[in-house]
Every structure is written in C-alpha cells, then in structure tokens.
Design a protein around this ligand. Structure first.
Ligand SMILES: NC(=O)CC(=O)C(=O)O
Length: 301
C-alpha cells in the first residue's frame, strides 16, 4: 500500500478497504509446485505430460501448481493458430478440461501457464486459473507482447500473431491473492507494483524466456519484482528443447519477499516444489517499510 497522501496523482494506487486482501487466516504456509514441462509438437502428449507433472507436484504436497508459458504448443509462430482453443466452448477445449479436472480431482489451485486462445477471430496468449472445485477463477491475456529485434541475436514478433490483453489479473484463491503476468509482462515493474498495491502476496509469471535474454535477465527481473514489492514471485518455464526453433532458458524459480531465491531449477524437465511462508512478507515489510518510505510526492508530481 502507498503511504497516505492527498496528491490526486497517486489516488489511483490507493485502495478502498473492500479491495484490500485479507488472506484467509488459516493460510500461512503452503507448498507451490512449478512444473517445468517438456513441450512437443503433439498436443495430446503435452496434455498427458502436464497432467503427470501436476500429479507429481501434488504428491510432494503442492496446493498451488503453476505451469509454463506455451506448454500445450511449441513456442513458435508455426503452431500458435493450429493449437489454439476457444475457452468459451469448454467441452471443445481439451486443455481447459484437463486443467479443470486436475484442479478438482486433487483439490488444488492451478495457474495453468499459458496456451494460445482463440476468441472473436483473434488469438491471445492466455493463462487460466482454476480453483479446487475445478471452476475457472480468472483468465489473463498477456498484456505486453514480446516483440524483439536484436540484429545477429534474436528476432521474434508475437504481435504478428497475438492480440494483447488489456487488463491486469488479480485473483483470490484458497492460497491467497495472486497477481498474474505472462513472461514479457515481468519487464514492466508498474504491473507488479499495481498487484502489490491491490494486495497480491504472490505474482505468478508463466514464462518462456529464450537463452539470449534469459541468462542475463530472468533471475534478475524476478528478484527485482519480488524485492521491490516485498512479495513472492513464482515463475514457470518449459524445459529446453535443443531441436526447437526457440531455445528456452528454463530455470523455473520461486523468489521470496526480500529478493532471495528459495528454489530454482536448470533447463531440464522437472518439478520444483517449495514452501511459501506468508509470515516472511510481514517480517520483511515491518523491518523495511518501503510503503512508508516511498516518496510518491517526488516521483509522481
Ligand atoms: N515469451 C517471452 O515473452 C520471452 C521474453 O520476454 C524473453 O525475453 O525471452
């Protein structure tokens, strides 16, 4: 929360009491599972692999499971349209059905990574969140599309295929309030700050950073978003496929509210399971009260 101020320029970040999250008092600690999946050009195989990985995370005690960006489909322009599903038509969406069924049968919350969504003649890069009753709780469409052209290094243009989402996504779940971003969304600190201001305790970023940007930035940006906002950041990536056209960095990670890495992986297929302890947020915010120290009067005037 921002410190109280009369400046109208910061009013948009101040919240009505009803908007502020109260995490259910029973939840202070739980386990999160990050399913770093191997993605192939066979959708059914990807669905089966994701389902097995969710089961493995549950077996290790996870009550929140996060999947990667583009896990039912290779991260390639050649596949997005072919693999897209319409989530409004749930019965015709095998991805929606599998996630909903898995959340319900295991009684967990699933942040379903992202997959290509077709809606109203457009494609979106979309993440669906399911609750333990198997119901869809939220849908985040990637807001910042990954358009990059670094000569001699990497060229990729998501906006040739996808339309951008136009809203932030904050969702109240059985394990507290979660903000959702997809991969390149992590580069925009304003989005993370908005989630913190609205009471998120975790931001989940399904991502598929490539090896060019990943080595330099993936860890740094997760730690920065977590430390700036004094909350947990969880990322989940596909594993690397050396034969694919887009070399994925991997390194699914959980970062704590002081910017510390709690758990991470390499680039191989794996499941990372780690504990989230919300008392760490209170401790960090009490010892280093950034919200009170913030000088909004200076930077926003
Ligand atoms: N998928 C992405 O948005 C990739 C990205 O941001 C990157 O740096 O790589």
């Amino acid at each position: 929360m921002m410190a109280s101020s009369t400046s109208s320029s910061i009013e948009h970040t101040m919240l009505a009491a009803s908007e502020q999250l109260q995490v259910p008092s029973s939840i202070t600690k739980f386990k999160i599972g990050l399913c770093q999946l191997s993605v192939t050009s066979e959708k059914n195989q990807n669905l089966a692999c994701a389902h097995n990985s969710i089961k493995a995370a549950v077996k290790c005690g996870a009550s929140l499971v996060v999947l990667p960006e583009m896990w039912n489909c290779p991260y390639s322009n050649d596949y997005f349209a072919k693999f897209a599903e319409d989530f409004e038509n749930e019965d015709a969406s095998p991805t929606f059905s599998m996630l909903s069924e898995a959340a319900c049968s295991h009684g967990i919350t699933i942040v379903g990574g992202s997959v290509p969504e077709s809606s109203d003649g457009q494609l979106y890069n979309t993440s669906c969140v399911f609750g333990p009753d198997g119901k869809l709780k939220a849908k985040h469409r990637k807001i910042h599309l990954f358009d990059i052209e670094i000569p001699g290094d990497i060229t990729f243009k998501e906006s040739d295929f996808f339309a951008a989402g136009d809203k932030p996504t904050i969702v109240d779940t059985d394990v507290g309030r979660i903000g959702i971003g997809i991969c390149h969304d992590i580069r925009f600190p304003e989005l993370a700050a908005l989630y913190r201001a609205k009471g998120a305790r975790i931001i989940c970023y399904p991502g598929a950073f490539n090896i060019s940007t990943g080595e330099l930035l993936w860890e740094v940006m997760q730690r920065a978003r977590a430390a700036d906002n004094q909350l947990f950041v969880a990322s989940c990536s596909p594993s690397r496929d050396s034969s694919g056209s887009y070399a994925i960095w991997g390194h699914s990670t959980l970062v704590g509210p002081s910017g510390e890495i709690i758990a991470t992986s390499g680039h191989e297929e794996t499941v990372v399971v780690a504990e989230i302890d919300y008392s760490k947020i209170e401790l960090q915010r009490k010892g280093l009260p950034l919200d009170k120290q913030k000088r909004a009067d200076i930077y926003l005037s």
